[in-house]
Design a protein around this ligand. Structure first.
Ligand code: NAP
Length: 259
């Protein structure tokens, strides 16, 4: 197991950092990817020293044209194989769609959707050939319902959930596992970047990044295809499935318009 390598995008903070910490603690080498070099270098040093694993840093703005291809090529150039692909890098924008700069919405779709699909498409064939591998995609509880005031974000995560479930079903019996993790409100830098305050969501729904990472990794052990993190989030998603869509839209708007 010590030879396995996990490529984690968005490892410089939040859920990605928490996942990288736990994956390294479990004895896997990690490739840490994000834009902030200092954060990644510090984390790599810490994980290498604490767990004796290889912790590699690739500083990359994944929004740049060609970046996902360059990333996979750089991993190969370093003689590493991607055994686990953790598609975590992502961000959200909040506000009424007509008032948001459209370029930000397009970048959000590019990072949350296109980059995730491209990295998966570039790493998956080798996993299938080896009859082993893990793709962990980070979606959101927002994937299960329309997201007024975060309309683009919810739509990107709906894509991630649907795409992940689709390929998980295709890959049954190949030895490659696909898991879609759907966190709810999680204390990270996400809110600050999206301009959301913590008071925007009910207190009992909030989780720590490490708890999300722990639940995601234990869902892999259970061979689950989808993991909604935390009991309150699971209950919210179950309720959304029972309610008429119009009620779901209105309730979602009540929560998110306070952002
Ligand atoms: P975060 O703390 O803001 O982390 C986002 C990560 O993505 C950072 O490491 C950031 O690193 C990286 N990133 C952003 N833009 C990038 C780019 N252009 N190129 C490369 N890396 C980039 O937020 P988080 O909550 O941990 O988010 C992780 C995932 O969880 C996201 O997909 C998010 O949608 C999802 N999620 C979050 C919540 C929540 O409430 N926090 C809930 C549900 C789902 P750099 O800035 O250093 O590049």
């Amino acid at each position: 197991m010590a030879q396995e390598v996990a490529l984690v995008t968005g490892a410089s903070s939040g859920i990605g950092e928490a996942l990288a910490r736990r994956i390294a603690r479990d004895g896997r080498h990690v490739v840490l990817v994000a834009r902030r070099a200092e954060r990644l270098e510090a984390l790599a040093r810490e994980l290498g020293e604490a767990h004796g694993v290889g912790a590699h840093v690739i500083v990359k703005d994944l929004l740049r044209p060609g970046a996902p291809r360059e990333l996979v090529e750089e991993v190969a150039r370093r003689g590493l194989t991607v055994d686990w692909l953790v598609n975590n890098a992502g961000f959200g924008t909040a506000g009424r769609f007509d008032r948001l700069p459209v370029q930000g919405e397009l970048d959000e779709i590019r990072l949350n959707v296109e980059v995730l699909v491209e990295l998966t498409g570039r790493c998956l064939p080798a996993m299938v050939a080896r009859k082993a591998g893990v793709v962990m995609n980070i979606a959101s509880v927002g994937a299960f319902a329309p997201g007024p005031y975060m309309a683009t974000y919810a739509a990107t995560k709906a894509f991630v959930l649907s795409f992940s479930e689709g390929i998980a079903a295709e890959l049954g019996g190949t030895g490659v596992q696909v898991l879609c993790v759907c966190p709810g409100f999680t204390r990270t830098e996400f809110q600050q970047r999206a301009g959301i305050t913590e008071s925007g969501g009910p207190g009992f729904l909030w989780m720590e990044a490490d708890a999300v990472a722990r639940k995601g990794l234990s869902a892999l052990d259970r061979n689950a295809a989808v993991c909604v993190t935390g009991v309150p989030n699971k209950a919210a998603v179950a309720m959304e499935r029972l309610l008429p869509r119009v009620a779901v839209r209105k309730t979602a708007a009540q929560v998110t318009k306070r952002f």
